[in-house]
Structures are given as C-alpha cells and as structure tokens.
Write a protein that binds this ligand. Structure first.
Ligand SMILES: *[C@@H]1O[C@H](CO)[C@@H](O)[C@H](O)[C@H]1NC(C)=O
Ligand SMILES: *[C@@H]1O[C@H](CO)[C@@H](O)[C@H](O)[C@H]1NC(C)=O
Length: 335
C-alpha cells in the first residue's frame, strides 16, 4: 500500500510539473508574440557622448561592417569591468595597428546594474569613441542570456564573440576560436574551386559556432572542489544531455564565437533569458545543422560567482520549459 501510494504521488507530481510547464510555455509564448507584434521591444540606441547625437542602430540582418564584435554582458560589474576592458581594448588596438584590415567593436550590455557599471562603461565610450565601444542599457535586470541576445542582435561584426565581464578568459584565446572557424569555413567551401568563389567568400555568411571549453580542466577541478559542487555539476551535465543531446561537453563557458550568419539564426530564436540559454544554443545549432566546435580555453576561477543554490531550480525550470516548448512545437523556430 505504502509503495503504491508513493508511486502514485510520484506520478502525480511528475504530471503536475509537466502541466505547469505546459501552461507556462503557452502563457510565455502568447506574451512574447504580443510584444513582438506590437514592436514593444525598444530599439537599442547608441548615444555619441561627444555630440550627444543618436547613432543609427545596426541590426543582425544587415551586412557586417566590422570584422569582430565583442559582446560583454555586465550586471553589477563596476569593479571587474575596467580590468577586462583595459586588457581587451589593448589587445584590439594593437591588432588593429598591426593589421589594417582588422576592425572591431565592443558592445557592453548593462543588464540593469544597480552599481556604477553604466558610468564605467560610458567612460570607455568617451575614451575610445562610439564607433569602437558601445553601451546597450537593458534598464532592468533580465538575465545574462537576454543581455547577450540584445548585444548580438545589434552588433556589426562578421564574427561575434561573447565574453564575461569578469575576465575569466584571456581575450587572446579568441584567436584559437577564430582560427578554427576559418579552417572549417575554408574546408567546407573550397574557395580554391574558382576565382569567383574566392572573391565572394565571406566568413560572415557561413554558419559556424565555436564554443570555448573548460572540459580539459575538469579533472583538476573535480579534485579540488567541494563534493556537492561536483555532484551538482555531474547532475547538470546529465540534465543537459537529456535536454539538448550530446556534442558539447562544456556548454556553460562564457566564451563563444559565432559567425554572423549563425548568430542571425540563433539569436532571433533564443527564448531562455538566464542560465540555460547556452543549452538552448546547442539545441538550436543541432536543429539548424550549424557546425559546432569545442575548443579548450584557459580559465581562471574569479571570485564573486553569481551562481548560487537558488539558481539550480531556476536552471531546471528553464530546461523543462525548453523541452516542453520545442517538443510540443509551441515554440516555433524561424529560419
Ligand atoms: C585601466 O586603464 C586606465 C587608463 O589607462 C587606468 O587608469 C586604470 O587604472 C586601469 N584599470 C585597471 C583595473 O587596470
Ligand atoms: C594555458 O596557458 C598556459 C600558459 O599561459 C599554456 O601553456 C597552456 O597551453 C594554455 N592552455 C590552453 C588550453 O590554452
């Protein structure tokens, strides 16, 4: 009797969670459609701090105007942002000085910070000019996924890199991702086939995603971290495997590079706003058949992680929403 009861209880809670997920997916989707139709989504605006003029806002559907865009989501990063920006801009300026064909922009997305992030970011716009450094203000806190989505949709690069404001990854590692993307693109597109092929070959038009990865550091990390963190990590890997399928060992690394065409397909569809949009990226790459590369990057653990125990239910909830949303086809994918 006792066993039967617990089995029933288990089934009932499972059903309840599924129903809850189902209803939420429908409600969220109705909300999203209403907003998209009414164009309530405020266009991002860039203000030139010198002239105070509004700068026209680029769109991911437009052709690229720069070679590389770096998108940095920032939430309460007043203290860590300057170090990251100094290192990043030093690298970019040096590279531009050595290579006249290299052009870049840094897009900082302030995700409703309550500290001086906005002021710090605008100081860099003043120093480097609005053509090189731009700030998008989300107004209120939406989540890292949403910040990156907004940044990507208003970037100008042929290649678009997302990186964390805390400087956990060395910016120079982007060259590893870039090299691999070029290698895959030229292999798939045989630019040597004809002279015309070479002339029209643009990296921005070939959908490819390179995932920075910390999987090679896992063994060392396993040995040094608390057991419950390892347990949670393994559990998370399993859930990701169930939700998005195999292919990428480290989905959560904040260092990923997209060609413009890949970003266009992915970020016009991404719906998850906080922790698990990375998993949704993997899911969508598979759906579109976009080649995914996983490339080891150096990583330094920076104190002040924003993942706390409360984010775990949130993560599971997002993954459940994603699974229900796409499998029931209530979440439609535009290609
Ligand atoms: C960043 O560079 C500026 C100007 O060179 C300097 O004043 C500031 O101290 C640097 N900040 C960090 C955190 O390195
Ligand atoms: C990390 O950095 C060290 C030293 O800077 C280098 O020797 C090593 O190859 C790097 N590892 C990866 C995976 O890039």
């Amino acid at each position: 009797m006792g066993v039967l009861l617990t089995t029933l209880e288990f089934l009932a809670s499972f059903l309840l969670i599924f129903l809850l997920g189902f209803v939420s997916v429908i409600v969220l989707e109705a909300y999203r459609r209403r907003h998209n139709n009414a164009h309530v989504e405020a266009p991002a605006m860039f203000e030139d701090p010198e002239s105070l003029k509004q700068v026209p806002c680029p769109d991911i559907v437009d052709p690229a105007e720069k070679y590389l865009s770096l998108i940095i989501p920032a939430y309460n990063e007043e203290y860590r942002l300057p170090g990251t920006l100094n290192e990043t801009l030093n690298y970019l300026q040096q590279r531009a000085a050595n290579d006249k064909s290299f052009s870049y922009e840094v897009v900082i997305v302030d995700d409703g910070s309550k500290d001086g992030t906005k002021r710090v970011a605008f100081d860099y716009v003043k120093k480097y000019g609005v053509d090189n450094v731009r700030v998008i203000l989300l107004g209120k806190n939406h989540g890292k996924g949403e910040a990156i989505r907004k940044g990507m949709l208003h970037s100008r690069g042929e290649l678009l890199l997302m990186l964390d404001a805390d400087g956990a990854t060395k910016v120079t590692d982007l060259e590893k991702l870039e090299k691999q993307i070029h290698a895959i693109a030229s292999k798939d597109y045989h630019p040597g086939d004809s002279a015309a092929g070479e002339a029209t070959f643009r990296i921005s038009d070939i959908p490819i995603v390179a995932f920075g990865s910390r999987a090679h550091l896992e063994e060392k990390a396993l040995a040094t971290r608390k057991w419950y963190r390892n347990f949670l990590m393994k559990g998370f890997h399993l859930v990701v495997l169930l939700a998005a399928g195999p292919g990428i060992r480290d989905t959560q690394c904040g260092f990923k590079m997209f060609t413009r065409s890949a970003a266009r397909k992915l970020f016009t569809n991404i719906r998850l706003k906080r922790w698990c949009f990375d998993v949704e990226i993997v899911f969508l790459c598979k759906w579109f058949g976009i080649p995914m590369l996983e490339i080891s990057v150096n990583w330094s653990e920076i104190p002040g992680s924003k993942v706390n125990p409360l984010s775990i239910p949130n993560m599971l909830w997002e993954l459940a929403l994603m699974s229900v949303g796409y499998r029931t086809r209530i979440w439609k994918i535009n290609s």
